[in-house]
Ligand binder design. Structure first.
Ligand code: B12
Ligand code: SF4
Ligand code: SF4
Length: 284
């Protein structure tokens, strides 16, 4: 974990129309979307006065060199699909420790949850800054971070609250240029309806012009992160790319895929969508 960054609940962005647009696009694709009020954590946690942003460094994926017949899953999945579980375990342990040394009162952990936008909490807490990729970046680890939020009954002590960081993207537009679908604008916004990460998770048919841009990545998309100079300079352990034999995926049963990638999210647990994506990867 990269540390715990407390923030007062009311300091988190609350009037966020773009988050609603994003929610609409994600829901329209049939994918798990945050709740309508997710921009305002006070709606989800009316009893909370404090929030703590936490991040788990996922490691820096080794450079990917695709070979014929192979594909990959995006880095955040982890080689065994257990990254979310690992982070949850670390946060449970951190909360137990914290409640012994600080009077945080009642608390609740949310990772990728429907009621709070983890990036907004991370940005308000000063953990990192917003990139034009819309990722939350830190100087040391770039955006190779999984974010989580802990709601606490008591507000943090003033001395623990850090100011939000200014974006350090400057004139860089690498991610905007590299995005295969033009989903990123220069205004730190991602048009979720165009994002390949959403297409790979969606149960709806993937149009040919979108499929042709997926390359051989069969779950998620890491392009905007891979080209980012902050990520290229990041330090820390390297992790193996989640490489797969596409034919092997296509020939696997649902049960085999579930065992191989436990915790991999698809709406309605439709792991068969991974076979669909692998067929697209083979075509590309
Ligand atoms: C829905 C969702 C998606 C959707 C839509 C993403 C989008 N950008 O619109 C889809 C399926 C496309 C997606 C894709 C990905 N996602 Co996603 N996703 C989520 C989820 C569930 C909700 C995000 C959301 O709706 N945000 C609303 C939008 C509008 O917020 P935003 O883009 O961050 O922009 C706002 C802020 O930046 C804010 N802001 C800007 N500057 C500042 C400054 C301050 C001080 C403050 C307070 C706020 C602020 O204003 C912006 C406008 O509203 C979160 C988990 C969660 N519960 O929060 C994960 C999450 C954002 N995803 C994550 C990841 C890793 C990804 C992928 C990289 C996965 C992959 N490899 O395929 C891609 C990246 C795509 C991209 N460029 O964003 C991580 C982000 C980690 C990080 N370091 O930033 C999260 C936090 C999951 C997690 N728990 O770690 N995702
Ligand atoms: S994840 Fe891929 S498709 Fe989505 S914004 Fe980043 S580069 Fe574009
Ligand atoms: S690629 Fe450049 S513009 Fe995009 S997030 Fe990284 S530093 Fe910012």
């Amino acid at each position: 974990m990269t540390g715990l960054y407390p923030v007062v609940t009311s300091d988190v962005l609350t009037d966020d129309k773009f988050a609603l647009t994003t929610r609409g696009a994600v829901a329209a694709a049939g994918v798990y979307a945050p709740k309508e009020g997710a921009s305002d954590p006070r709606k989800q946690f009316p009893w909370a006065r404090g929030l703590i942003s936490a991040a788990m460094f996922l490691g820096i994926p080794e450079p990917y060199q695709p070979t014929p017949g192979t594909g990959r899953l995006a880095g955040f999945v982890g080689s065994d699909g257990r990254n979310y579980e690992r982070f949850k375990e670390a946060l449970v342990a951190a909360c137990e420790q914290l409640s012994r040394v600080a009077e945080i009162g009642r608390y609740e952990i949310s990772i990728d949850g429907p009621g709070v936008l983890d990036r907004n909490v991370a940005l308000a807490s000063g953990l990192g800054w917003a990139g034009k990729s819309t990722g939350v970046l830190t100087k040391d680890h770039g955006s190779w971070l999984m974010l989580g939020t802990i709601a606490t009954e008591n507000p943090p002590h003033d001395s623990m609250v850090r100011p939000a960081q200014k974006s350090r993207c400057g004139g860089c537009v690498e991610c905007v240029r590299a995005c295969p679908t033009g989903a990123l604008g220069t205004a730190y916004r991602c048009d979720a309806s165009k994002c390949l990460s959403l297409s790979t998770q969606s149960p709806h048919e993937i149009p040919d012009e979108v499929a042709s841009r997926m390359g051989t990545t069969i779950y998620g998309c890491d392009v905007c992160q891979e080209v980012c100079p902050v990520n290229l300079r990041a330090e820390g352990p390297r992790v193996k790319v989640n490489e797969v034999q596409l034919k092997e995926i296509i020939e696997s049963t649902d049960e085999e895929l579930r065992q191989r990638f436990p915790g991999l999210y698809f709406p309605g647990k439709r792991i068969s969508l991974l076979r669909r994506n692998a067929a697209i990867g083979l075509e590309n």
